[in-house]
Write a protein that binds this ligand. Structure first.
Ligand code: KIV
Length: 267
């Protein structure tokens, strides 16, 4: 049993103050979450990226509350030390604060998460304040927000003009004032991400936003090299898992067909 103290919401601000980087990975199931937790990953984000990474959807738009809850429960069962954050899927909070409260509440009550994440800056601030006042910690998410892909037309770098950079700073400030516990900065131009990070008391968690954020997040499948062809520029590959898995599956098929498995040892 781990003797390390669990990572709590106030720990995140403390880590920023003390200059300790916050390590975040997406997690979707029990065995991977268990391993990540035991390796000292600070935050397990059950992202709606589960839609692309695990469920075979083209984007995050179709992901439902029930699908998210299924994965949040599995990850929460695994977490001993890490803070579990549940991503609110498209159309689970945009219809108003009552809808947002009911769904966010389910992630804490049924899912076992300790916080939720939702996309949007100033426009989401009222929802963030409302959830926070109800006892639900909220992580913001600005920059490239995948749930808006049908508006933006693609997964594009954000904050590249002075005007866009100012809007991002304003969004981050609005989230902090609303009580957000941290803000994900996705595909934000690195100098702008550094500026936002320096202007906030709460931590920023970067993805494709340069080294100056207070923490970093990667999608688990991207850093493991699960997909041979999908190689986002921002995601460092720590292994080529697809190749190892292909080798294992092929060897098993060949063994069965050749009568090598089961051998005496496995009978
Ligand atoms: O859904 C997700 O995995 C995310 C991260 C990429 C930040 O939102």
């Amino acid at each position: 049993m781990s003797t390390e103290k669990p990572v709590t919401v106030p720990c995140l601000c403390r880590m920023k103050k003390e200059g300790r980087k916050i390590v975040v990975l997406t997690a979707y199931d029990y065995p991977f979450a268990r391993l990540m937790d035991s390796c000292g990953i600070d935050v397990l984000l059950v992202g709606d990226s589960v839609g692309n990474a695990v469920l075979g959807y083209a984007d995050t738009i179709p992901v439902t509350m029930e699908e998210m809850l299924h994965h949040v429960k599995a990850v929460s069962r695994a977490a001993r030390r890490a803070l579990v954050v549940a991503d609110m899927p498209f159309m689970s909070y945009q219809a108003g604060r009552k809808q947002a409260l009911e769904n966010a509440g389910r992630f804490l009550k049924e899912g076992g998460a300790k916080a939720v994440k939702l996309e949007g800056g100033a426009r989401a601030a009222e929802t963030v304040a409302f959830l926070t006042s109800a006892g639900i910690p909220v992580m913001g998410h600005i920059g490239m927000t995948p749930q808006s892909v049908n508006v933006t037309g693609g997964y594009l770098r954000q904050g590249t003009s002075e005007e866009a950079a100012a809007a991002l700073e304003e969004d981050a400030r609005a989230l902090e004032e609303a009580g957000a516990i941290a803000v994900v900065l996705e595909l934000v131009s690195p100098p702008v991400a550094a500026r936002v990070t320096g202007s906030l008391e709460i931590p920023t968690i970067g993805i494709g936003s340069g080294p100056d954020c207070d923490g970093q997040v990667l999608v688990m499948h991207d850093m493991l090299g699960m997909d041979e062809h999908f190689r986002p520029r921002h995601a460092k590959r720590y292994m080529e898992l697809h190749a190892l898995l292909r080798e294992a599956f092929t060897a098993y098929a060949e063994d069965v067909r050749a009568g090598r498995f089961p051998s005496e040892e496995h009978s």
